[in-house]
Design a protein around this ligand. Structure first.
Ligand code: CMC
Length: 426
């Protein structure tokens, strides 16, 4: 096959040729790793919206058409037919597991669900009113101090066992962050339960009483977890890769990803959506005034749960989750007025020129908060739930990066706009 290239010519007529790289799907990319050497220029791309930072075979997104594939499989098929643990296997290993492979994988994960007793003490050391995300970011980072036996990032077995530990322990740690906050005793994991049921048990059971699982709630949470499992090179995943690119251990790298997820423009959006809907509902503010505020450039308010860096069409996850909201709220009788309000808001934006022009559609987090609320998950745990589901995506990218022969430490450049060189006053 002939090599495809593009030629860049600057204002002085100096030209340089760059290779075009093609993936399985998606637009070609101009390979500029020798740009400076050839031309003496760097590129400027704030927010890296036009920059491919790596080659990856895990997830593909087509934002124009609203397509999301994990290892080639469309998200709607995975949400309908698969389980969260099977998705974990798929993301980590590249293929769906055989029955025997799945049995072995699920038993390995179950084997690692408990945490060291000192982790429980560690969580108990947080102030009673600490935000669960603050506890999560600290505790996941602290795991690095417990597993010296498997921190050699150059050892493939160490990398894999760390991945399994993270996936297995996240529900335990996430539930303990909540229990500490509420002053409830920590529940040990129960390995007879599924991954999702085990989390619900550790969240809501009390030692004095048998906990009854609700299969509808477990199914809804399972789908939520599948929809959040991975999403290509978003801010938190890129953070995990960047932190890990220096050779940092997987627990520290994932803690960095959790910190990045926390912000309201990323994983914190699900909490911000409910705050926004609550405030519209309780203040009696109309949908029209809310939309007007979102459009007003002098008001920092944005419609939370709308817009996406990549999707300029419906977020396919939002469509699945909206359907799930209908089913779940019918079954559990959850927060119907809030859901009704969300649907009205969505309908109004779809007719609004500002949102149409900018192609701002509801994203996954517009509806996920409504589901989490119907499952009785407290609002300050919403982003923790996202982190728990996304851990497999982060660690799959971390593993892929560590096996990539082209990987180097991440080091973007800048346009320096400070003072020109000057002398220290004598
Ligand atoms: N409400 C009102 N206006 C918006 C919104 C919004 N939610 N999102 C984007 N815009 C406008 C923005 O003001 C800009 O207008 P103009 O061209 O006139 O300056 C235009 O749309 C493009 O916005 P942008 O900020 O350049 O887009 P971005 O790709 O940098 O940001 C985003 C993407 C998701 C951060 C942004 O849409 C946003 O802040 N949304 C609300 C927060 C949210 O729901 N985040 C969850 C994202 S999905 C889950 C996840 O990844 O964690």
């Amino acid at each position: 096959m002939t090599k495809k290239t593009v030629t860049l010519t600057d204002a002085n007529g100096k030209s340089a040729e760059f290779e075009l790289l093609s993936g399985t799907h998606g637009p070609d990319c101009i390979s500029i790793s020798d740009l400076y050497k050839q031309t003496g220029y760097f590129t400027y791309d704030p927010g890296y919206g036009m920059t491919g930072s790596c080659k990856s075979s895990i997830t593909f997104i087509n934002g124009e058409e609203g397509i999301l594939l994990h290892r080639g499989y469309p998200i709607d098929q995975l949400a309908e037919k698969s389980s969260y643990l099977e998705i974990c296997y798929l993301l980590l290993n590249g293929e769906l597991p055989s029955k025997a492979e799945f049995t072995e994988f699920s038993s390995t994960i179950k084997n690692h669900t408990m945490v060291h007793e000192n982790i429980r003490d560690f969580i108990n050391g947080f102030r009673y009113d600490a935000h669960p995300m603050a506890m999560l970011v600290g505790t996941v980072g602290a795991l690095s101090s417990f597993y010296h036996d498997s921190l050699d990032i150059n050892n493939p077995e160490h990398r894999v066992i760390s991945a399994h530990r993270l996936i297995a322990k996240l529900p335990t740690i996430a539930s303990y962050c909540y229990r500490h906050h509420r002053g409830l005793p920590f529940m040990y994991p129960d390995n007879d339960l599924s991954y999702v049921e085990n989390f619900l048990q550790m969240m809501f059971a009390v030692p004095a009483q048998k906990y009854e699982q609700n299969p509808i709630a477990a199914k809804a949470l399972e789908v939520m977890m599948i929809l959040h499992a991975d999403h290509e090179q978003n801010a938190s995943t890129s953070t995990v890769r960047l932190a890990g690119s220096s050779g940092a251990n997987p627990f520290a790298s994932i803690a960095a990803g959790i910190a990045s997820l926390w912000g309201p423009a990323h994983g914190g959006a699900n909490e911000a959506v409910i705050n926004m809907l609550d405030s519209i509902y309780n203040s009696g503010e109309t949908i029209e005034t809310t939309i007007a505020r979102a459009k007003d450039k002098n008001d920092p308010f944005r419609l939370m749960g709308f817009g996406h860096r990549v999707y300029k069409n419906f977020d396919p996850r939002a469509q699945i989750i909206a359907k799930l909201c209908h089913e779940l709220l019918d079954d559990l009788g959850g927060d119907q007025p809030m859901f009704k309000l969300a649907l009205e808001l969505e309908e109004a934006t779809l007719k609004d020129e500002y949102f149409k022009e900018r192609r701002l559609y509801p994203n996954v987090d517009f509806y996920s908060g409504i589901i989490l609320r119907a499952l009785d998950i407290p609002m300050n745990m919403f982003t923790v739930m996202f982190a728990m589901a996304r851990t497999v995506g982060w660690i799959s990218h971390w593993l892929e990066m560590n096996e990539d022969p082209e990987f180097r430490i991440g080091r973007p450049r800048q346009i320096y706009t400070g003072h020109a060189k000057r002398d220290y006053p004598s």
